[in-house]
Design a binder for this molecule. Sequence first.
Ligand code: SF4
Length: 277
Amino acid sequence: MARRLDYKDHRRELDANRYVYAVVSRRARGLSIGVNLNPDKACNFDCPYCQVDRTTPGGPSRVNVPDLAAELEDLLRRASGDLWATPPFDTVAPELRRVADVAFAGDGEPTTPPEFSAAARAAREARDRLAPGVPLRLLTNATLLHKDRVRAALAEFDELWCKLDAGTEAYFQLVDGTRLPFRRILDNLLLVARERPIVIQSLFLALDGVGPDDAEIEAWVSRMRGITAQGGRIDHVQVYTVARAPSDPRCGPLDAARLEAIAAAARAAGLGAVVYA
Ligand code: SF4
């Protein structure tokens, strides 16, 4: 679930981290602390717009939860102390010098590793102790939300941000690079949205210069309408596009007007929609 963010820190101290990284996010209005449970860069999607560099090998797939917790605790402590006096964070605008969230995102689907549940619990405990009030978010492609071990761990998170990039099976396969059944994603979104409100994250892009047509957007809206009609709750929809050049040269951004039109289609169905152009 690679995350679109503005700035990635490459200081040696954080580069020494295996699991926890920090980015300054104008969207989140502050420091977003990322937790990467996929240091091996493995993902069950193969989105052509993915910004994870898989031309270089990843690390071991096993997640060492105590190490992860130690990295997170260290960064949370420093964020209320010396971090802002240390380059490059000393250049961050004063109004952004706050921890905006702790987000499970990173270089693959975070719910995949068997350590997901233990990592979520450890992150929750660290957040409660060191940064109460900072939201703990899960960014997920929703493929595994039906698994008991995953569902049980969802309670650790304050917010679930779930990917939905398409309205039809064919377009889903194209833009998310998977043969996993689209029905499973939709069923999983409904399953979870019936228990608690979810945020839908939808990335729309131009592939070989062509974006999703109106029929695709209509189908996308009708999928979300289907969720709400069956008792699911969608807090809001985030509509965005590719930020930096992905490795796949077929991918390009949609313009702001098209993103606004897509968001307007969601709003017309009674959904709150925010555009990040
Ligand atoms: S879900 Fe897609 S964008 Fe996210 S890490 Fe996997 S391949 Fe990349």
